[in-house]
Structure formats: structure tokens, C-alpha cells
Design a protein around this ligand. Sequence first.
Ligand code: ZN
Ligand code: ZN
Length: 223
Amino acid sequence: MRMKILNTIHEDYHMHSINYSDGMNTIDEIVQYAGKIWLKKIVITDHSQLAQNKEGFAVRNRRSNNRRRKNVYNDVDVSFGIEWDLIDDQWNCCFDIQWLEPDFCILSCHKEVYEGDLKNITQAYINAIHKYHKKIKFIGHICNFSTSEYLDIAAIANVLNQYQIPIELNCAYLHSQWMNLEKFNSLLSLVQAGVYVNSDMHTLNDFNLRQAGFDYLKGKWYL
Ligand SMILES: [Zn+2]
Ligand SMILES: [Zn+2]
């Protein structure tokens, strides 16, 4: 079977900073380290405002200052997105950080932030994807154990394929064995748009877990 991997080892589209959410490193540290390990393109996707409020992250900086930011260290292409939070099965998502709404959006469900009944999580994804498909780049850490038992894989694949939305193989979750691999593999075999391999980096070493994600897919599929 063939599966499209949408990024290379040199691109990472999911990571968190200490400036705007719960990462342990500053954006400057992230950018410097990214250059050192030959990343060429990164998107810093801090958590939504609702996650910040509920989890009590100590966000120190005004994100609007980002306009002035420039990578002074290396040639890594750095941009800023957001990890959205699915709120319920009534089409609600949180898509801002400090009232700013970046264009690069990962749709994720965090069970600490989600307010609906987890048993209806499939419908929650379906409704959110119908409503926001134009903005969603991919679905973050899907099939992790917080929600996987309630996920109807065929139904999720169906709505993803309707809008050609990819999924993510999240290397942090893969590493911590917090993924229902059986469900993930069957989703992977159904999703036409393909898969991104991302670190979900919260500390610099998380970048180094990405190779295992690529190896996992290469062991599983003929590319
Ligand atoms: Zn986080
Ligand atoms: Zn997440």
C-alpha cells in the first residue's frame, strides 16, 4: 500500500514554545536548535487560548509582537500557527491565542480542554471539519488513547476524504506509546490526503524523536 508522507525530515509543523504556551524553550532557542539539526521549515503552533486558560499556562509575551520577529540565527523558515481545540460536538472550536487567529491551524482534541461528552467525539470531529475544513491543515495526534476508544475510524476517514484533509503522526505520542496504533494504522490506510510527521515538540530533544516516526511509516508502508 502507498501512503503519502507530506513533509520531509527537514520540516516540522507542530511545536510549542514557552513564550506562548507550555513548551520549555523560547522561540529563539527553538529556532537556533532547528538550524543545528538541519530543519529547513518550522511552524510554531502554540495552544489555543482556551487551553491556556484551563491549563493555567504562564504566557508571558504579547503575541502581537510577532510582527517584529525576525530569524537572526540561520536560514530556517519560521512561521507561527496555532493548535486549535475542539470544544464540543456542537461545532465549537477555540481558534485564537490572545485574540489572534493565525492561518496555519492544526485541529486537535485535548481531553482536559474538551467540554463535551467524549463518547460523541467522532461527531465533534465531523462537525468541526464540516464547518472549518478550509482552515484546517491537518488533524493533530489523532487516535491517541484519550479518545481513541470512541473514534469511528471509517466515519472520520470519510469526512477527511471529503475535504482532502491529512492527519498527523505525532512523534511525541508515538514515543510515549500513547497512541492506539491499530486504529491509527487503519485510519492511515483510509485517508487519501496523506500524513504529516511532526514532533509536537515541548522540549528541544523532542525534535530528535522525529526520525522514529519516519522509520515507523517506512517500516509499515512502501513509499
Ligand atoms: Zn502542550
Ligand atoms: Zn496537542
